[in-house]
Design a protein around this ligand. Structure first.
Ligand code: SF4
Length: 94
């Protein structure tokens, strides 16, 4: 099965373990920022998956969760942001 990797914004503590482990320099984000995996550079070697002490690196199948597209401060991307891409609100009268 095909998959991609992403950083769970609610679990990432921005400790930098994944950026250090990545041999492709595919992960951006400094200390204090939710990290972002650049899928154009990622070779799916899974080094970051085993390096992350908080389990923030996740696999995604065809349906990908909404995550920051660039590094943002830890705590600034909440659960509502993540769910916003998955849910559609029904308007009154529809
Ligand atoms: S799977 Fe490998 S190449 Fe992709 S982001 Fe993780 S460490 Fe980097």
């Amino acid at each position: 099965m095909s998959f991609t990797l992403y950083v769970d914004p609610g679990t990432c503590t921005a400790n930098g373990a994944c950026t250090t482990a990545c041999p492709e320099q595919a992960i951006t984000g400094g200390y204090g920022e939710i990290h972002v995996i650049g899928l154009d550079r990622c070779t799916k070697c899974l080094a970051c998956l085993s390096a992350c002490p908080t389990g923030a690196i996740r696999k995604a199948g065809p349906i990908k969760p909404r995550v920051p597209t660039a590094p943002v401060a830890v705590g600034s991307f909440g659960a509502e942001d993540a769910e916003g891409g998955m849910r559609r609100r029904r308007r009154r009268g529809e």
